[in-house]
Design a protein around this ligand. Structure first.
Ligand SMILES: Nc1ncnc2c1ncn2[C@@H]1O[C@H](COP(=O)(O)OP(=O)(O)OP(=O)(O)O)[C@@H](O)[C@H]1O
Ligand SMILES: [Mg+2]
Length: 329
């Protein structure tokens, strides 16, 4: 079988050289060292000991090969589950999908975005919105181009701002949008875990494979947390997982974790129309319970990984470290 696993059109997602990012990061690291980034609207405080002692949040990017598979719903409901467990949650809305986080949560369209932070006239506190259950939302998308309109340097500066934000989050979830967009490339490098949402629809499965392949080949991503959405039952979820993991095992050197599944449920579509997440309106419904289970499985994975690796380094410090590692310096 073609290793592209029937990618649509021989590659609905083209594999190109995606690693300019590392070169940019390396240049940034050098400029930062030389003090060139310490002035202007992108000014960022230096890393200090106090910061490196701080609680480090669990971070995850939620992505998919194909659009419209439920990323935003999974992200928002996971956020609510964690908030209900008493955790402090930050949601970064890096997507401009059909249903944005603000729409799904029924909060007013954000007036400002991180663009305003990057331009230097607002702080993250001023741009962030409070959502239900004490969730903090960072509207990162602005205009049709969204975050992808930002330069690498601006994105890195954004991460730096977040890293220095005077708010201790336990969990940071980034809704990245679908496919191999700039956002996906950037955030998957900056977070601890990558969640791929997939449905039993064959095009969703092949696109998920194509996405993982690109992230593996070009970005050294080697672990993916799979959530199968809109399933009839657990068997259907397991079938999708088996199909994907068989091809991945054969052609890619990656680990696919089956994190869980979410049933097809009219309550979810209703919740979008009502702009009120199902985990709030129907906490005992099967679909809300599936989000609760997901939140527990993910937390387990985060914790196990931390135990293996010790302290995780967050965002740009890790990016810069990766960039240095790649350059062999
Ligand atoms: N488990 C489900 N059961 C029923 N409907 C669902 C389910 N999951 C998603 N949907 C439907 O799919 C729609 C798209 O979901 P969502 O906006 O979360 O997808 P997305 O992957 O974020 O899309 P985009 O790629 O456009 O950002 C929802 O509005 C809802 O109607
Ligand atoms: Mg979305």
């Amino acid at each position: 079988m073609d290793p592209d696993f029937g990618m649509r059109g021989g590659g609905g997602i083209m594999i190109k050289d995606l690693d300019n990012q590392v070169a940019t990061l390396k240049a940034l690291a050098e400029r930062r060292k030389a003090g060139a980034l310490s002035r202007g609207p992108l000014a960022t405080p230096p890393v200090n000991e106090e910061l490196s002692q701080r609680r480090v949040p669990h971070t995850m990017a939620i992505t998919s090969g194909k659009g419209g598979v439920g990323k935003t719903l999974v992200t928002v409901n996971l956020a609510i589950q964690y908030a209900r467990q008493g955790l402090k949650v930050l949601l970064i809305d890096a997507d401009l999908g059909l249903a944005n986080i603000d729409v799904v949560l029924g909060i007013s369209t954000p007036e400002y975005t991180i663009q305003d932070v990057l331009e230097g006239h607002l702080t993250l506190d001023q741009v962030a919105i409070q959502g239900p259950e004490g969730i903090t939302i960072l509207p990162a998308a602005s205009g049709v181009a969204g975050l992808s309109a930002l330069t690498e340097e601006q994105k890195l500066a954004l991460m730096d701002h977040i890293d220095h934000w005077n708010a201790d989050f336990d969990v940071v979830l980034v809704d990245t949008g679908a496919g191999i967009s700039e956002n996906v490339r950037f955030f998957v490098l900056a977070v601890e875990r990558i969640m791929v949402v997939v449905t039993p629809d064959p095009t969703s499965v092949t696109d998920a494979y194509a996405l993982m392949k690109v992230l593996f080949l070009n970005h050294r991503a080697s672990h993916f947390d799979l959530v199968i959405n809109q399933v009839r039952d657990e068997n259907e979820a397991k079938d999708v997982y088996r199909t994907l993991s068989q091809v991945a095992d054969k052609f890619l050197n990656v680990v696919l974790n089956f994190v869980g599944s979410v049933p097809e449920d009219a309550l979810l579509a209703q919740s979008v129309r009502a702009q009120n997440p199902v985990s709030i309106t129907h906490p005992d419904a099967a679909v809300s319970q599936s989000f609760k289970k997901l939140s527990a499985s993910l937390m387990r994975l985060w914790r196990e990984k931390r135990q293996e690796e010790g302290r995780m380094i967050f965002f740009w410090r890790r990016l810069l470290q990766d960039a240095r590692g790649q350059s062999g310096s």
